[in-house]
Design a protein. Structure first.
Lengths: 217, 587
């Protein structure tokens, strides 16, 4: 019996961290990377139809090259009977250096609908958070910033529309203001994506874009 | 410690210098001999070379031996390293090349020669072999370029000729025994030179015979591969199905220097494919050889693998398809049409010139293939041709134009966006081939011929014509048939900044003109045709093919006569040993 009939595809939301050398992996290269990770872990992927079938993968908001992602997200069609099956897989053995699978949830709705904001840590070398804040808050980009707070010598910003908001533009703004000469002076990490909670003025909970997420071992 | 990631962020493709990978084996702390395999091109090219991968895992499997990889930096990264005073590091242990016992370089392409020198220098190793001493690693070369070693002889301590599966264990064993004891470098090189297949330039020329793996099934093949997270040129599991080629195309270096044909059994190919696909997760499987359609067990392997490949969503790629019905049928069966295009290499415009090359493809076969490609649903047909083949005339160039026109008509007949892509190059006469005596066409004459074809096709909207820079082909011809004098020009070109010149947009002909001038070397002396009685700089390298056979083939080429494909009933008498088709008496 074909695999498709034994296991109908389950759309799974996968949370992962992207760090170290994997920060140089381009956003568009994540689908083949994860397809291989899942295959190595022994899972079968749902394929699209048409002339050029490929694994069904939807990506979360793009992350520029060089930026760490603490809790990134993508949806993938897998032929599994339940999420528990995924949790038992030996992820540490199949992940490439710099990619860490964090957890899974069942994908409910489109990622673009499930995510309306993202939380970013930003630190500029030799510049205090107040100086950076003063510069950015006067820029047009600030309209997209929903909340901010100082953290570890830098700033944590929650901004809306991570699919459209450009983190590069943030660095360009710092460059124009003379606070940084470019990416080499900027440390940036996206801490997570999700929905903004107006009452808490924060992105909560970070890993649970929707539904109950499960942690990988 | 590797390079700080923040410093790499501004580089073009920073993943080259800090790659995210899966499947990298741990370093062997107990190792007593450390190799660094250096690929003299960028990461994504080097990671695509199957031979490099085989040798990496082979060395890793040897007791007491460890191996790491290094790749040549793109000029922006070289500039960064030099500015910061950072050395070129290995990928795994982040060690400078200087800290290894042996640096092994594969010479795949002449236009990478200056990258070799740049990488050694960045790794803290003197580029000239004569300047190295006990503090430095041994620097050895392999690959096709090692079979005509003289232009690079001043830069290497030793050349390893032939199949690395045979040579590397022996070389490693010898070094394991003697290098830790502090054996004098000269003595060590002397011992190396006594191994069959090793040429040590400092000890002078002697006849050196290429090493050959007789039984491919029994030869080492990795059961694991490293999977990069960023795309590489050939992003797939590659399985070598056979080595050598039975066709005898007279321009082909590999066709003459990898003889005889040695096939891997169907069972072994299936076993390797299954194991590597499931362990790596790659979604493509490539059967590698010089002419994959000639693999006698191809259908058996495909029948065996097809169900599981379909289940896994794995596609199959077959490089080097021939212009014939079998290839087309195969392409249909493998559903290669998903890729949208199919590539054939008729190489010559007329049957006459194809006979000169011993390509043996008829006009009718090409016509049938053209129609078949579009009838099978492919959107694009790519055709490769070369100019500058000995005896070429105007009508051979017109023949290329005519083939392209017919293909264009076939594309139009099937409608849609179907198109033809024509890729033209100039013949590079290679050592150890029957064309080693041929003249390399001057860049001016070559450009004139290429443009003549391009202009004749300019009115056809569904035909795109591109051509390889004729100055590059010319230079390749000079470098590959050079002697040690040419090495002086390579050194000058490196000093003048020639880097990554296999990439056409990086090629600077002016640098090379100046380099030849400074070195006092006349490139014309190397591009000219050679007499049969003239000594050649690679004569001392015995690749296994008799010189008398090459001479016969050269004469037959000039007369437009063909030599049948090697087979049980048709031995051309090339002289190669361990060949199943060899017969002792010649016709």
């Amino acid at each position: 019996m074909p695999l498709q009939e034994v296991f109908p595809a389950l759309m799974v939301r996968c949370f992962f961290a992207k760090w170290g050398p994997a920060v140089f992996v381009r956003h568009v290269e994540l689908p083949p990377l994860f397809s291989r990770v899942f295959r190595r872990a022994g899972f079968s992927l749902e394929m699209t139809g048409g002339m050029s079938p490929h694994p069904r993968v939807s990506l979360g908001p793009p992350l520029p090259i060089g930026v760490v992602g603490c809790a990134e997200v993508l949806d993938v069609g897998l032929r599994v009977s339940s999420l528990e099956e995924l949790l038992l897989a030996p992820w540490r053995e199949v992940e490439p250096l710099g990619i860490s699978v964090l957890g899974f949830s069942e994908a409910v709705g489109r990622l673009s609908e499930a995510i309306d904001s993202a939380e970013v840590f930003l630190r500029v070398s030799s510049r205090g958070p107040e100086e950076v804040l003063a510069s950015l808050s006067s820029s047009g980009l600030w309209r997209s910033v929903l909340s901010h707070r100082p953290c570890g010598g830098g700033l944590v910003l929650v901004h809306q529309d991570p699919f459209g908001f450009s983190l590069r533009a943030l660095v360009d703004e710092l460059r124009t203001a003379g606070l940084a000469s470019g990416w080499e002076d900027v440390e940036m990490a996206r801490r997570g994506c999700g929905r903004f909670d107006g009452a808490f003025r924060a992105l909560l909970p970070r890993l649970r874009v929707d539904g109950g997420s499960r942690w990988a071992r | 410690m590797g390079y700080p990631l923040s410093a790499l962020r501004g580089l073009k493709d920073p993943f080259r210098y800090a790659p995210s990978e899966w499947g990298v084996p741990p370093l062997k702390e107990e190792a007593r001999l450390r190799w660094c395999l250096l690929f003299p091109d960028v990461y994504e090219v080097g990671m695509s070379y199957l031979g490099f991968s085989i040798l990496y895992w082979l060395l890793k499997s040897l007791p007491g031996v460890d191996v790491e990889r290094a790749y040549a930096p793109w000029p922006d990264a070289e500039e960064l390293l030099r500015r910061r005073g950072w050395p070129l590091l290995s990928v795994e242990g982040k060690r400078p090349l200087l800290e290894f016992d042996v640096v092994g370089v594969t010479l795949q392409h002449e236009m990478n020669y200056t990258n070799v020198l740049a990488s050694l220098d960045l790794g803290g190793i003197p580029v000239l072999s004569s300047r190295r001493d006990e503090r430095h690693p041994l620097v050895v070369a392999g690959g096709p370029g090692a079979l005509h070693p003289e232009p690079m002889a001043d830069f290497f301590d030793a050349f390893l000729l032939g199949d690395g599966e045979e040579l590397l264990p022996e070389v490693s064993q010898l070094l394991l025994e003697h290098r830790p004891k502090g054996t004098d470098r000269g003595e060590l090189l002397g011992m190396l030179s006594r191994l069959e297949g090793v040429y040590v330039p400092a000890l002078g020329r002697r006849r050196v015979r290429r090493r050959v793996v007789a039984d491919l099934d029994g030869a080492f093949y990795p059961d694991r591969l490293i999977v990069p997270s960023s795309p590489i040129v050939h992003d797939r599991v590659s399985v070598e199905v056979f080595r050598g080629c039975s066709r005898g195309c007279r321009f082909c270096l590999a066709g003459f220097t990898t003889r005889p044909v040695r096939e891997r059994s169907a069972g072994r190919v299936v076993e390797i494919s299954r194991r590597l696909l499931s362990s790596t997760g790659w979604e493509e499987l490539g059967f590698l050889s010089l002419s994959s359609c000639d693999y006698s067990s191809l259908m058996e392997v495909l029948d065996e693998l097809s169900p599981s490949l379909r289940e896994m969503g794995v596609r199959v790629s077959l490089p080097s398809l021939r212009v014939d019905a079998f290839s087309l049928e195969l392409a249909r069966r493998l559903d290669l049409g998903r890729k949208g295009s199919l590539t054939f290499a008729p190489e010559g415009g007329t049957e006459r010139i194809r006979d000169v090359m011993n390509k043996q493809v008829t006009d009718e076969e090409i016509r049938r293939a053209d129609r078949g490609v579009f009838a099978s649903g492919f959107e694009r047909l790519k055709l490769y041709f070369m100019v500058g083949v000995p005896t070429e005339t105007e009508s051979d160039l017109e023949g290329i134009v005519e083939i392209a026109r017919e293909a264009s008509r076939a594309a139009r007949a099937f409608g849609g966006r179907r198109s033809v892509s024509l890729s033209l190059a100039t013949l590079v006469p290679k050592p150890h081939t029957p064309f080693q005596w041929a003249e390399a066409l001057s860049p001016e004459e070559s450009r004139e011929r290429l443009l003549r074809v391009k202009r004749a096709l300019s009115g056809l909207r569904n035909v795109q014509v591109s051509y390889h820079d004729p100055r590059l082909s010319y230079l390749e011809g000079v470098l590959c048939r050079g002697d040690r004098e040419v090495g002086r020009a390579i050194l000058q070109a490196y000093r003048l900044g020639a880097r990554m010149e296999a990439w056409e947009d990086r090629f600077d002909a002016g640098i090379w003109d100046r380099a030849f001038e400074l070195a006092g070397v006349d490139p014309l002396a190397y591009a000219r045709g050679r007499g049969l009685d003239e000594p050649l700089p690679w004569d001392f390298v015995d690749v296994g093919v008799d010189r008398a056979f090459l001479e016969r083939e050269w004469r037959k080429a000039l007369e437009g006569r063909t030599t049948p494909r090697c087979g049980p009933l048709s031995c051309g008498g090339c002289g190669v040993l361990v060949c199943p088709y060899r017969r002792s008496s010649l016709p």
